[in-house]
Design a protein around this ligand. Structure first.
Ligand code: MN3
Length: 202
């Protein structure tokens, strides 16, 4: 069965003014759609056809670059849309809030370190908050790689991820990636991140 583009769980303009409507339309409708289409093309008629997206992503080191890049692109964006939302913002509470405080000192210190991880990624990629060996850690990956991949420098289970490709912010923020990384906190849905944290901590 071919992969399909998941519907955005909110309207294209729902993240305004932090993430603008046109960026969301192009990002979801064109970029993510292209990853899905190119992934389907790359696996058609090969032994990878029929495998789950997770299976493909975890085997990134032994699959073709087209499957790695487009499979990663499909996984990463599906995850990203889901942890954003119009009711986002604020700070996490409960177990996740406590874990962030005990790992990074404070929520603000975490935000600073996360933003630095995103700003410091040269070229295109992602910045992540992951659970690794039961502990929180910030990491970043190039291109459409992610921490689930066998090739990742730092492997773990992503609970939060932010796209730092220019296509994620250029229309509104141009070259100012740090401004985008500041604005994104307003649309992070911590209830979703907490669910990922609970699942990853079991
Ligand atoms: Mn993107």
């Amino acid at each position: 069965m071919a992969f399909t583009l998941p519907a955005l769980p909110y309207a294209y303009n729902a993240l305004e003014p932090h993430i603008d409507e046109l960026t969301m339309q192009i990002h979801h409708g064109k970029h993510h759609q292209a990853y899905v289409d190119n992934l389907n093309k790359a696996i058609a008629g090969t032994p990878n056809e029929g495998k789950s997206l997770e299976e493909l992503v975890k085997a990134a080191g032994s699959i073709s670059p087209a499957v790695r890049n487009n499979g990663g692109g499909h996984w990463n964006h599906s995850f990203f849309w889901e942890i954003l939302g119009p009711k986002g913002g604020g700070a996490p509470s409960g177990k996740l809030g406590d874990a962030i405080k005990s790992t990074f000192g404070s929520f603000e210190a975490f935000q600073e370190k996360f933003a630095a991880g995103g700003a410091g990624r040269f070229g295109s990629g992602w910045v992540w908050l992951i659970v690794k060996d039961g502990k929180l850690e910030i990491s970043s990956t190039p291109n459409q790689d992610n921490p689930l991949m066998d090739v990742a420098e730092v492997k773990g289970t992503p609970i939060l991820g932010v796209d730092v490709w220019e296509h994620a912010y250029y229309l509104k923020y141009q070259n100012k990636r740090p401004d985008y990384l500041k604005a994104i906190w307003n649309v992070i849905d911590w209830s979703k991140v907490a669910k990922h944290f609970d699942a990853a901590s079991k």
